[in-house]
Design a binder for this molecule. Structure first.
Ligand SMILES: [Ca+2]
Length: 180
């Protein structure tokens, strides 16, 4: 009887206590925090100066917890925009669209970068996939070089595949106005 009492009062609580500690330890080890930028897609794929670029960014919560974070899109080191993502569920993706107005920059190749903020508990090497960069070309708009005395709007532009013909005729008209 005394042996049975000892089992109930000491051994069982001790076993339950150890099991409880172990269960908490396992739960903590399985909790992960990991946000990843899956893709960055600009559209159109090349623009003339002053045109708009839609940058679509897909971000995935690869961790086990709901997360709040920000996503910032840059061209080179300049911020285009920052957006917030709230309560992102585990194993789900979020699609965001950013608009880059290329007015005021110079033609050239730029880096478009999307970066998701590091969430609490997210550590290396999981932080490496929080950013994604790709090159993007901004080209000079086509300028029709026409003799002033022989302006002919029926001339065929050299870069007909780059801009629609209607745009060329508009620019030629503006050129005549400014030179008069
Ligand atoms: Ca990550």
């Amino acid at each position: 009887m005394r042996k049975k009492l000892l089992w109930i009062t000491l051994i069982i609580p001790l076993i339950l206590s150890l099991l409880n500690v172990n269960m908490i330890g396992v739960a903590a080890a399985q909790e992960t925090h990991d946000i990843a930028v899956i893709s960055v897609t600009p559209y159109p794929t090349k623009v003339g100066l002053g045109e708009l670029v839609n940058v679509t960014v897909i971000i995935e919560n690869q961790g086990t917890e709901n997360e709040n974070f920000t996503v910032t899109v840059y061209y080179d080191n300049t911020t285009i925009e920052t957006q917030n993502v709230t309560n992102s569920a585990p194993n789900t993706s979020t699609t965001l669209t950013f608009v880059w107005n290329t007015t005021g920059i110079t033609a050239g190749t730029y880096s478009i970068n999307a970066t998701a903020s590091v969430v609490p508990g997210e550590t290396e090497p999981d932080t490496a996939d929080n950013t994604l960069t790709l090159p993007f070309d901004v080209v000079s708009p086509y300028i029709a070089v026409l003799p002033r005395s022989t302006l002919d709007l029926t001339l065929t532009p050299v870069k007909t595949t780059q801009f629609p013909y209607t745009r060329i005729t508009t620019e030629a008209t503006l050129w005549v106005t400014s030179s008069s």
